[in-house]
Ligand binder design. Structure first.
Ligand code: SF4
Ligand code: SF4
Length: 402
């Protein structure tokens, strides 16, 4: 671990800041950091700056990512994942520096003075400052020369052209989310609406969208890592769908991987929260919503909506929340499918029940040979025995004829 320690001797002031001062801008401080061993640096990029900015946000996306494990945030910051550049984080909440020292990083990025490329991650909706009148919706530091308030949106305008990539995290940043719901006094919108669908970063990357309210932290970390591999020249650009979502994460519906999907197929539905069956009649939108929480869980494979007993309210979708409201009301279309499933699935479930009786019998018990277990008397009787006999004959029809 010796190689990860900071050097003990000062390397001189940069921009008036001491690089060994823990509260100096990270863009300055990072130059005094000894890089991880070269054996871990497989590409040309040794490090990358991650500038995390916010619009109308609750910080839920930050909380979600801090719990991620694939890869771990700590490993990215330490630069110990082969092929991935070390990440220097410039974050509105968790950075050590604040005020002028924090915004100094953004000025350095704009002037091209950072010693590595920077990626912007944007959390929260973009609020339309053109309608904010004499005030502003979201400020992020001041111009040191004039004292003028700089808005978050102005920083996005100034930094997005030079960014190596722009990643929108959470449903507010991707599609507008809750701040853009009915009423929307700030004219809130998502990143793609603001930058335009044709936006490309300085490395040619389109806006990357990781929706969810809150998103799965690992969806962000995995995608950001894949983008960094691309920036480092070690992998192709990951595949995104027509809405800029990672195609491998958002290509399936919740329903297809839901642990309750078997109940739906057999037409058995929960009547109240706490029941273990399918939640569609309580208002679950899982059959139409693109989200991978049923396979991935919320944090490190644990939790998730249906796993914890909750319905899907469509939080990853561009139509959220207005097109999924009133939340908790049964979706009109699901009445048709659940009624059909109740009829067809109910029949199939009964057939399976009959088959299960047979499969719960050992061949010895089938022969009515009394045993110490005394299970022989529990086998099918009468017409059911005949049904099982024919079923078994059919099942083994082709054995020994090849
Ligand atoms: S709980 Fe929702 S996602 Fe799960 S099986 Fe039922 S409808 Fe599908
Ligand atoms: S299952 Fe539905 S409510 Fe839950 S995270 Fe996914 S989209 Fe959001």
């Amino acid at each position: 671990m010796e190689s990860f320690k900071r050097p003990q001797q000062a390397i001189g002031l940069i921009d008036g800041y001491d690089p060994l001062d823990p509260f100096a801008p990270i863009g300055v401080r990072s130059r005094a950091t000894v890089e991880p061993p070269d054996s871990l640096a497989l590409g040309p990029l040794k490090k990358i700056y991650l500038i995390w900015m916010v619009g109308a946000s609750c910080d839920g996306c930050t909380v979600a990512v801090s719990g991620g494990t694939h890869p771990r945030v700590e490993h990215l910051l330490a630069g110990i994942i082969p092929g991935l550049p070390r990440v220097e984080l410039v974050h509105t909440v968790v950075s050590t520096e604040s005020g002028a020292e924090w915004t100094h990083n953004l000025f350095m990025a704009e002037r091209g003075e950072l010693d590595a490329p920077y990626v912007i991650t944007w959390e929260g909706s973009i609020m339309d400052e053109s309608i904010s009148g004499d005030g502003y919706w979201m400020g992020l530091g001041e111009d040191p020369a004039t004292g003028r308030q700089i808005t978050s949106l102005e920083w996005l305008d100034r930094l997005s052209p030079g960014a190596a990539a722009v990643i929108a995290i959470g449903t507010c940043a991707t599609w507008g989310g809750i701040p853009a719901s009915k009423g929307n006094v700030t004219n809130a919108m998502g990143m793609m609406d603001y930058l335009g669908k044709d936006y490309r970063s300085s490395f040619g990357v389109p806006v990357v969208n990781i929706p969810g309210c809150a998103p799965i932290g690992d969806n962000y970390l995995e995608t950001a890592a894949a983008v960094c591999l691309f920036l480092n020249g070690l992998a192709p650009l990951p595949e995104f769908d027509e809405l800029g979502r990672p195609a491998w994460l958002f290509g399936e519906t919740v329903h297809r991987h839901c642990p309750r999907a078997g109940y739906y197929e057999e037409g058995v539905f929960a009547e109240e929260y706490g029941d273990k069956e399918c939640l569609v009649e309580l208002g679950c939108w899982g059959p139409v919503v693109q989200c991978n929480i049923a396979e991935r869980g919320q944090v490190d494979g644990h939790g998730g909506c249906m796993q914890m007993g909750g319905i899907c309210i469509g939080c990853t979708m561009p139509g959220f929340p207005d097109k999924f409201s009133p939340i908790g009301a049964i979706a009109p279309g699901s009445l048709i499918s659940s009624t059909t499933s109740r009829a067809v699935g109910g029949f199939i479930r009964r057939m399976r029940g009959i088959s299960r009786v047979d499969k719960n019998m050992t061949p010895r018990w089938d022969k009515d040979i009394p045993t110490g277990w005394s299970r022989a008397k529990t086998g099918p009787r009468g017409s059911m025995k005949t049904v099982h006999k024919f079923y078994s004959k059919y099942q083994h029809t082709h054995e020994g004829h090849n």
